[in-house]
Design a binder for this molecule. Structure first.
Ligand code: NAP
Length: 345
């Protein structure tokens, strides 16, 4: 038997609660020709998954979407053998099929992982989509120059911690914005950011101004809301802003257009100072930049020059609670739930 979380048949509210998800038992499926059966080791919990659930991308009864790190148990699929570690899309589930004819919300083409190249869990974070997100949004789109000031919000999160370290590697001065003191201290003391301010401070605008005496040249936006409002007056002429995500708005009422409202508030400053604002969708860069990203960044990870903090929880039963904690910002690093043994650790 295997267990899988699905949406319940209750209407989905602005935020998940105890009635939003149901854990269902099912017999283990057998792979058909062209398919492989895998056991899930790590489930990646990411803010965008709430959008899938709210927008109805996942019909009730379908496995809740998530990217996963798994191991092949039984294969009838070319290129994948029993024991291989894979990046795949099992969702919030202990097992999953992949390959020909398999469909579930957000299904992605599986990729074999080489444990010699870094922790297998990095396949959904540092060396996977989140690393590429940071690389594309910062290095490719915003092109930070030595001496420029780069600010990144959600600085200790799965994306933010990579953005800051890549910006340091480009010679920029890096200022993070995070919540709790421990997160702010981590990005400065452990990751080498030049400063970090807390968005929990009543004086966020003044704190950020003091941390950015030469203004802001690049802003990597993960959050929106009051954090964006604190950044806005500090933009320099010719600054670049990458909109990666607006996590402060993921529980807004349906129909609220947070991005549009931000653009209206920012419009006069953007126009007067020639600020370039660009939206990032990491999928646009997967085919064109993933190999380049790995060639540039994987050696820095292997040598320890770039560090990556993961927040690994345990147990399939705990996935919805961990998901809610992540949406509230109670994660500290890239959030994963381990549901099976990782023989590489
Ligand atoms: N564009 C793309 O293709 C793409 C791809 C991947 C991810 N993303 C987006 O990138 C962003 C970061 O993702 P991630 O994986 O790094 O997330 P994450 O690891 O879950 O980190 C999110 C962090 O955001 C902070 N946060 C949460 N609510 C907040 C609020 N209301 N105000 C201020 N800070 C808040 C929390 O840290 P603190 O305690 O420090 O506040 C939380 O730990 C998200 O918006 C995500 O949707 C976009």
């Amino acid at each position: 038997m295997t267990r899988t979380w699905t949406l319940s048949d209750k209407p989905v509210g602005n935020w998940p609660d105890a009635e939003t998800f149901v854990l269902r038992d099912a017999p283990l499926p057998d792979p058909a020709p062209g398919q492989a059966l895998t056991r899930t080791i790590y489930i990646s919990l990411d803010p965008y998954q709430w959008g899938y659930k709210r927008r109805g991308t996942e019909p009730a009864g379908a496995p809740c979407h998530a990217r996963t790190i798994s191991q092949v148990l039984k294969s009838r699929m070319d290129g994948f053998a029993e024991g291989d570690f894979v990046f795949n899309t099992n969702g919030w589930a202990e097992h999953g099929l992949m390959g020909e004819g398999v469909w579930r919300p957000g299904y992605m083409v599986p990729r074999k992982l080489d444990p010699a190249r870094g922790r297998i869990s990095y396949g959904v974070g540092m060396l996977g989509m989140l690393g590429l997100t940071a690389y594309a949004g910062l290095v490719v789109m915003a092109e930070p120059k030595p001496g420029e000031t780069v600010v990144v919000s959600a600085a200790s999160g799965g994306v933010g911690q990579i953005v800051g370290q890549l910006a340091k590697a480009k010679g920029a001065r890096v200022v993070g914005i995070a919540g709790r003191d421990a997160k702010c201290r981590y990005v400065v003391d452990e990751l080498g950011f030049d400063a970090c301010v807390s968005h929990l401070s009543a004086n966020l605008g003044a704190d950020l101004k003091a941390a950015c005496p030469d203004g802001i040249d690049v802003y990597f936006e993960n959050v929106g809301g009051p954090v964006f409002d604190a950044v806005l007056p500090l933009f320099n002429k010719g600054a670049r802003m990458t909109i990666c995500g607006l996590i402060a708005h993921y529980g807004d009422a349906p129909g609220v257009d947070a991005r549009k409202a931000m653009m209206e508030r920012g419009g006069p400053i953007f126009a007067a100072r020639g600020v370039t604002v660009r939206d990032l969708f990491v999928g646009d860069y997967a085919a064109t930049h993933y190999d380049q990203f790995l060639a540039d960044v994987a050696p820095l990870v292997a040598s320890g020059a770039i560090k990556y903090r993961e927040d690994i929880r345990h147990g399939i039963e705990n996935v919805p609670a961990c998901f809610s904690e992540m949406l509230r910002g109670d994660n500290f690093g890239k959030m994963l739930v381990q549901v099976g043994e990782d023989p590489t650790r």
